[in-house]
Design a protein around this ligand. Structure first.
Ligand code: NCD
Length: 307
C-alpha cells in the first residue's frame, strides 16, 4: 500500500505515469466514469480549503466513487481532543482512501503510520503539498510542453509556502532547471530546502528581492500568497503582504511565452488586470487539479486503466 506524503514518494517514472494517466483522462473523461464504482474517498480537512478538497471530491465523483469527510477541525472529534492516529484507525474502516490536510507539519505522515488505507497529504502546515505539485507539473507539461530546460521564478512567501517547497523538491529531479527565488529577506526559502534540496542536487539558483529585474529571464513565474495563518504577529503580515504585486506594467518585461502560475487563493499578489493575459494560466491550473487527482486516486487504489 502506498501513501503520498511528499512529492518524493513517487519516482520520476511513477510521477510521469500519473501525469500521462491524467492526460488520457483529459482526452476522454467518459471512459473513466465508472472505474471507482463502490469505492469511497474520505476528505479529512483540519484547515480551510476550497480547491484541494473540492477537486478531490470532484475527482472521486468523476470516477464513479463516493465521498465522505469533514471540512474543519471544529466539526470533527479533533475538537474533543481525539488524536490523528485514533481518527485514521477508524476512518480506515469507513473509506478506501483518504486525503488529509492539517496545520501541523507531519500529521499526514503520522496518519499513514496507523492507517490501513492510502493516505494522501493534502497540505501539512508550511511543509509539503504534493498534490498541488502534481497539478503544477501537469500544467507546466501541458502548457509549456516540457518539464526540463526551464528558468522558474518563485515569488512571494517562500518561507511558509508549502506549494513552493514541494514544487522545488519535484523539479530538481528534471534536467537543467534554474530557480530565481524572489522574496523579502524575512520570507526567504528555509535553510533546509537551500542546503538539502538545492545545494545537494547542485541546482543553479539565485535569491533576489526585485521582481521586475528578473522578469525577462523567466520561463515560468509561480506567484504565491503571503501565508497569513502561519505568521506569529499581524504587524509583520501587514508589512510584508503587498510587497510583490504582479500587474500589467511588470508583465511588459516578461517573455511572450512566460507562464504565470499560482496555486490560489489569490489575495492581492496578482492584479486582476493580469487575468486576461493569455500567459496567466492559474485558473486553467486549478482545472487540471481535478484530472491529476483522478489519476492519483486510480494509481493509489491500483485501479486498472480502462481500454
Ligand atoms: C495552497 C495551500 O493550501 O497551500 N492552496 C491550494 O491548495 N491551492 C496555497 C495557499 O493557500 O496559499
Amino acid at each position: 500500500m502506498k501513501h503520498i506524503i511528499s512529492p518524493l514518494d513517487f519516482s520520476v517514472k511513477e510521477l510521469d505515469d500519473v501525469l500521462c494517466l491524467a492526460e488520457d483522462i483529459i482526452a476522454d473523461p467518459k471512459k473513466y466514469a465508472n472505474v471507482c464504482n463502490g469505492k469511497k474517498l474520505a476528505t479529512l480537512f483540519y484547515e480551510p480549503s476550497t480547491r484541494t478538497r473540492l477537486s478531490f471530491e470532484a475527482a472521486m465523483l468523476n470516477l464513479g466513487g463516493n465521498i465522505l469527510g469533514f471540512s474543519s477541525a471544529d466539526s470533527s472529534s479533533a475538537a474533543k481532543g481525539e488524536s490523528v492516529a485514533d481518527t485514521i484507525r477508524v476512518i480506515s474502516s469507513y473509506a478506501d482512501i483518504c486525503a488529509m490536510r492539517h496545520p501541523k507539519e507531519g500529521a499526514p505522515m503520522v496518519a499513514a503510520k496507523y492507517s490501513r488505507i492510502p493516505v494522501i497529504n493534502a497540505g501539512d502546515g508550511g511543509h509539503n503539498h504534493p498534490t498541488q505539485t502534481l497539478t503544477d507539473l501537469l500544467t507546466i507539461k501541458n502548457l509549456k510542453g516540457r518539464l526540463n530546460n526551464l528558468t522558474v521564478g518563485l515569488c512571494g512567501d517562500l518561507k511558509f509556502g508549502r506549494t513552493v517547497h514541494s514544487l522545488i523538491n519535484a523539479l530538481v529531479r528534471y534536467e537543467n532547471i534554474k530557480f530565481v527565488l524572489i522574496s523579502p529577506e524575512e520570507l526567504k526559502i528555509p535553510a533546509y530546502i537551500r542546503e538539502e534540496v538545492l545545494d545537494a542536487n547542485h541546482v543553479e539558483y539565485k535569491e533576489v528581492s526585485v521582481l521586475e529585474d528578473v522578469m525577462p529571464e523567466l520561463d515560468l513565474l509561480y506567484m504565491t500568497r503571503v501565508q497569513k495563518e502561519r505568521f506569529f504577529n499581524e504587524e509583520d503580515y501587514v508589512r510584508l503582504k503587498d510587497l510583490f504585486i504582479l500587474d500589467m506594467a511588470k508583465m511588459e518585461y516578461a517573455k511572450d511565452d512566460m507562464l504565470v502560475l499560482h496555486p490560489l487563493p489569490r489575495v492581492n499578489e496578482i492584479s486582476t488586470e493580469v487575468d486576461n493575459d493569455p500567459r496567466a494560466v492559474y485558473f486553467k491550473q486549478a482545472e487540471y487539479g481535478v484530472y491529476v487527482r483522478m489519476a492519483l486516486i486510480m494509481t493509489l487504489l491500483e485501479v486498472e486503466k480502462p481500454c
